[in-house]
Design a protein around this ligand. Structure first.
Ligand SMILES: CC(C)(COP(=O)(O)OP(=O)(O)OC[C@H]1O[C@@H](n2cnc3c(N)ncnc32)[C@H](O)[C@@H]1OP(=O)(O)O)[C@@H](O)C(=O)NCCC(=O)NCCS
Length: 165
């Protein structure tokens, strides 16, 4: 597949809703063990919150929503930001963060994710950024393989626990 990659205007953020909801389903299947801590939010609620976050992040000058299209069809999108990087490693003053990467269920496995990831990395490299952080929900092993194949390595392992019995 040969997708066209564009930068999405913040006024068009609502076109991401369908794929965000697909990602929510994917995450809830991959990380079923997390429901012992609380139910997954209803899709409408989850999108409302994520939409708000996207609009907030888009106020930052270096945030970009990259969309992959085949004609009018949205095949996938990536949201990438730049944040300060205090920490123990010399990774520069700022690092990139891949906040979302999702490819339409029906377009997966055809290289769209690779093109979106590559575009996000190129964009950061042009800004002089050296490293991009990615968080993957526990159980999403396909995505881990995908990122590792592109050169990602293990960084932080985040755990979550209830605070009362
Ligand atoms: C992970 C993802 C973005 C990769 O995009 P893609 O366009 O399918 O990626 P590519 O075609 O470039 O690479 C395919 C690889 O992705 C991985 N993959 C993960 N989930 C997959 C799926 N449902 N279907 C196909 N490949 C999948 C596989 O490792 C596959 O490698 P393989 O061809 O050796 O099996 C995409 O599969 C996706 O949206 N998955 C669901 C959402 C998700 O997990 N996003 C990442 C959140 S951190």
């Amino acid at each position: 597949m040969n997708p066209v990659i564009d930068v999405l205007a913040s006024s068009d953020v609502d076109c991401l809703e369908r794929l965000w909801k697909q990602l929510l389903v994917h995450h809830s299947r991959a990380a079923g063990h997390l429901t012992s801590l609380g139910a997954v939010r209803p899709p409408e609620d989850s999108w409302r919150l994520r939409r708000g976050q996207y609009l907030e992040w888009l106020q930052e000058p270096l945030t970009a929503v990259l969309v992959a299209r085949d004609g009018d069809r949205l095949l996938g999108y990536a949201v990438v930001r730049v944040v300060d990087a205090p920490g123990s490693w010399k990774w520069g003053d700022q690092v990139g963060v891949l906040e979302t990467l999702v490819v339409d269920d029906e377009a997966r496995g055809a290289g769209v994710g690779q093109v979106l990831l590559g575009t996000a990395r190129e964009r950061l490299a042009e800004l002089g950024i050296q490293v991009m952080k990615i968080s993957v929900i526990a159980g999403n092993e396909g995505a881990v393989r995908f990122y590792q194949r592109e050169g990602a390595v293990d960084f932080v392992k985040t755990l979550v626990m209830p605070v009362s019995e």
